[in-house]
Design a protein around this ligand. Sequence first.
Ligand SMILES: [Zn+2]
Length: 187
Amino acid sequence: MTPPIDDIDGQVNYEGLKHCPRCAGELRSRTVRGHGRLACSACGYVFYLTPAPVTCVLVERDGAVLLVRRRYPPQAGKWCLPAGFIEQGESPEESAAREVKEETGLDVRITRYLGSWASDEDHRTPVASIAFEGEVVGGTLDPGDDADEAVFFGAGELPEEIAFSTHKDLIERSLRHPKRPKRKDSS
Ligand SMILES: [Zn+2]
């Protein structure tokens, strides 16, 4: 009998790996081209332990920043930027816009790359995080998917509990230096 999948939040990606996903042979630590890797002792398959790529999006409107409250671990109940893992076949920008849509109901246009970093703040896997700026172009604010709330917060209104130090930095920096409203250039 196949057991139910009941604890995806407790799952840690690279913990306790014993068998090759290709042939079920034994995985052993080996040196491959100068790096310590897990490799199959039977078929030679090399199991690369790579970070999972995630994106987050800073969406600012009228001097306020769009945050979502996390429905699931890690850090359930805390607030952060709309964010999520890149799916197979997606570009980082496509993934970023999709996550905003799923979690907040808003359509955004990705306008700028803000930065990237490595993080170990997700207990499930090391991540490589990519941040973008986005501009609302449609949709209606309506939380969904991994978010149970989606709210624009202005300076001085931020919730106490913000998940992920890097998100906190981006949010605070944005609120300290809000973008000026765009001027309609008539000339
Ligand atoms: Zn194998």
